[in-house]
Design a protein around this ligand. Structure first.
Ligand code: UDP
Length: 271
């Protein structure tokens, strides 16, 4: 299976700290990745909306990943602009609020597309809610074709259905598009045994298995998203979106926490 191959490649690469994707016969650890970028990742320090410098930084990094030949699909969130649950808790009908949340993700997708294209990276935005004036509709086979042609495919409007999240969309699209791994960019550098802000004894997992994550309620992603990954053995890497990290991961460096069916382990000398 493709995902097994990807994990083997990642593991082999990490055994040797000097992994170099430019070496003859050595390629990146992953051929096709699905990156989940939450809205929060695009707002920088501003606390709301889209921060141009932050988006440009991400685009710069993605351009380098493309240069390595890795195929990239991205699912963008919308929490920096609008979250359905929050609005429904203030009295709005949940489905309506969720549709607004999905529209928010389209704005983020267009901002990211603009930044990528300014760097010469070819992109296509596909939306799960038809919006012909601004983007293509999401069509799985067409998305795959774009990826094969080296275009970054930005998937917006979530799954197109209320009551879901963009994490669930990311897991679903990763499976549909045959991605080797789901890369979940966050503000923390991986998954810990407990909240490292509250517990000084919290230790970071280098590698975590689905069963332990569930048993210890570690909340890697929402339960629907996580179940999709677990049931289909889709590896997840949870990592901090710091400069250079996406490139390091696709080159096979063990950053963040890798979640698979293999038994859990802690980072060497980790806390
Ligand atoms: N949303 C939805 N269905 C989906 C994906 C997203 O209804 O398939 C809505 C939901 O209201 C959510 C909002 O879009 O709050 C923004 O997505 P999300 O919260 O997942 O974004 P993130 O937290 O990743 O920025």
């Amino acid at each position: 299976m493709e995902s097994d191959r990807a994990v083997t490649a990642a593991t082999a690469a990490t055994a040797d700290g000097s992994f170099d994707a430019s070496m003859p016969g050595v390629g990146p650890a992953y051929e096709r990745v699905l990156l989940k970028l939450s809205g929060e990742m695009l707002m920088g320090e501003t606390g709301y909306g889209i921060d141009a410098d932050t988006v440009q930084g991400i685009a710069q990094e993605l351009a380098r990943v493309r240069e390595l030949g890795v195929q990239v699909a991205i699912v963008v969130g919308g929490g920096n602009i609008f979250r359905g649950v929050a609005a429904s808790s203030r009295g709005m009908e949940r489905a309506t609020a969720d549709y607004m949340g999905m529209l928010a993700t389209v704005m983020n997708a267009l901002a990211l597309q603009d930044a990528l294209e300014k760097r010469g990276v070819q992109t296509r935005v596909q939306t799960a809610i038809a919006m012909h004036a601004v983007a293509e509709p999401y069509i799985r086979r067409r998305a795959i074709r774009h990826l094969e042609k080296g275009r970054v495919v930005i998937l917006a409007a979530g799954s197109g259905d209320p009551y879901f999240t963009t994490d669930t969309t990311a897991a679903l699209r990763a499976l549909e598009l045959g991605a080797d791994v789901l890369l979940k960019a966050t503000k923390v550098d991986g998954i810990y045994t407990a909240d490292p802000m509250k517990d000084p004894h919290a230790r970071k997992y280098d590698h975590l298995d689905y069963a332990t994550a569930l048993e210890r309620d570690l909340r890697v992603m929402d339960s629907t998203a996580f179940a999709l990954c677990k049931d289909n053995s889709l590896p997840i890497v949870v990592f901090n979106l710091q400069k250079g990290n996406i490139e390091q991961i696709v080159r096979g460096r063990p950053l963040g926490t890798l979640v698979t069916a293999e038994p859990a382990g802690f980072a060497a000398g980790g806390r």
